[in-house]
Write a protein that binds this ligand. Structure first.
Ligand code: BGC
Ligand code: MG
Length: 498
């Protein structure tokens, strides 16, 4: 598969930086903590890291409110720590991609004070809601006008129609490319440009994570020349730097125009993430992504830092294990979210520890995203399970005693062992063909590998071949509900040939 570039079949591993590993005991994960755990990621078998924003930030949206795009938040480390992390990752053969947040800055970014013309203002608010709840407009006393924020009021939206903003970001992108990053995940890539007339939306909009499908601020034609420029920039650097857009439209067909050879390399595809644990829905999601995105590479994701953990969203750990084999059998790049490989469930946190602006903006009506951002359990019998020597920034459940990396490494039947096995045996290449399978189940060929997933059929007989991997150790010749398996077929050669 030498004609395929690394990102076309890479497994990316998303690290929510403050929740991964803490090196200095302040209870907040940091870059040095990630660096210490690189051998774990290497052994897990992922190809690339995606680091959520680690830039200086007041922390209203934990890094997605950036106050300086070309530095590291002192709580998370320094530029020297970043360079050391990239060097060590590269030495292990791991790529490093970083989040870039071009839609909005923090309201503490010096631009908001010194360059109000970089932002979107109006004398009167229109009817646009903030994705986090409430209006998308806040009155600025000093300037006597309203500014736009599709997210929290502390995240004012930049005016991408201003060429100065575009120039600033070219410098920022270059800064990180020069430091050796292998690519960017572009936050809110669908919405940088707003309707210049700021017209009202015609219908009320759904809240996150539902894709914003008809907002006047998404999918504007101006995005294309911008991404062509960014692509040109990325292509100046050797080694195949990748641009991954957060293009989470409801309809994958709308993503295609961004994936031309001179624009973004990849776009997030949330179709399977938005589907339920339901064979028909998953079948349709896979089909629609493949049909709409061909010949570009559809990406696959089931978890990230914005959505409820999979075992909680589905029908418990068994279903999430089966889904792991489905996900890792699909053709194209896959994104995993730290802790998914441990089968972590959503944590039901008390209201008084919650930090997500979604919780505050909706007066607690939406609990927000903290439940999937609880720090990772590494080892030991009690919280903080080796995550930190101090007090973790969110409380960790006692019940994770049996979920730690250390425990799971010793158990061949653990979630972690399943993920390691699947990452090692994962079929490569783009061959894909559906097979007949009973209602309530899915089956497809990936070259010489067959993936069979039983969601809720009474039982599914496995095809002939060698059982490479099963989501439950009890599986032999037939799959009960909530299980999956990979079967290796050996091609039969006619006699007398070699
Ligand atoms: C990120 C969220 C963030 C929002 C605003 C999203 O796409 O994934 O975590 O709150 O952008 O930056
Ligand atoms: Mg720390």
């Amino acid at each position: 598969m030498s004609s395929r570039t690394w990102w076309q079949e890479a497994v990316f591993y998303e690290i929510y930086v403050r929740s991964f590993a803490d090196s200095d005991g302040d209870g907040v994960g940091d870059l040095a903590g990630i660096r210490e755990r690189l051998p774990y990621l290497k052994e897990l078998g992922v190809d690339a890291l995606w680091l959520t924003p680690f830039y200086p930030s007041p922390g209203v949206d934990h890094g997605y409110d950036v106050s300086d795009y070309v530095d590291v938040d002192p709580q998370l480390g320094s530029l020297a720590d970043f360079d050391a992390l990239v060097a060590d990752a590269h030495a292990l053969g791991l790529k490093v991609t970083v989040d870039i947040v071009p839609n909005h800055t923090s309201d503490r970014h010096p631009w908001f004070r010194d360059h109000p013309e970089y932002y979107v203002w109006a004398d009167e608010p229109n009817n646009w809601p903030s994705t986090f709840g409430g209006s998308a407009w806040t009155f600025d006393e000093a300037r006597g006008r309203y500014y736009l924020h599709l997210f929290a009021p502390e995240q004012p939206d930049l005016d991408w129609h201003n060429p100065a903003v575009q120039e600033e970001f070219e410098r920022i992108i270059r800064f990180w490319l020069d430091r050796g990053v292998d690519g960017f995940r572009i936050d809110v890539a669908y919405a940088l440009f707003k309707d210049p007339e700021l017209r009202d939306e015609e219908e009320p909009l759904p809240p996150m994570p539902a894709p914003p499908d008809w907002r006047r601020s998404i999918d504007l034609p101006e995005l294309h020349p911008l991404y062509r420029e960014w692509r040109r920039l990325a292509d100046e650097y050797d080694g195949g730097r990748v641009l991954v857009g957060e293009l989470t439209f409801l309809d994958p067909a709308r993503v295609v125009p961004y994936l031309r050879p001179d624009e973004l390399h990849l776009g997030f595809n949330f179709t399977i993430l938005l589907a339920e644990w339901d064979a028909e829905q998953l079948h349709a999601a896979i089909d629609s992504s493949r049909a709409a995105l061909a010949p570009a590479d559809p990406t696959w994701v089931l978890e990230n830092h914005d959505v409820t953990r999979l075992p909680t969203r589905y029908r418990g750990p068994r279903s999430a294990r089966a889904a792991a084999l489905l996900l890792l059998a699909l053709p194209g790049p896959v994104f995993l979210y730290a802790g998914q490989e441990l089968g972590l469930e959503e944590v039901h946190l008390p209201d008084d520890v919650r930090q997500d602006p979604v919780f505050f903006r909706t007066k607690g009506e939406r609990k927000g995203r903290d439940g999937c951002r609880v720090p990772l359990p590494w080892e030991g019998e009690a919280p903080p399970f080796g995550f930190t020597t101090g007090e973790p920034w969110l409380p960790m459940p006692e019940s994770w005693r049996t979920e730690t990396v250390d425990e799971q490494e010793r158990d061949p039947a653990s979630f972690l062992s399943l993920y390691r096995g699947a990452l090692a045996a994962r079929p490569r290449g783009d061959a894909f063909a559906w097979r007949e399978s009973p209602p309530g189940s899915l089956a497809f060929d990936r070259g010489e590998m067959i993936c069979v997933v039983n969601v809720d059929a009474p039982a599914v007989e496995l095809p002939q071949g060698e059982l490479v991997l099963a989501s439950e150790p009890t599986v032999t010749t037939s799959l009960p509900p909530d299980t999956a398996a990979w079967i290796q077929t050996t091609k039969l050669r006619p006699k007398g040939t070699t």
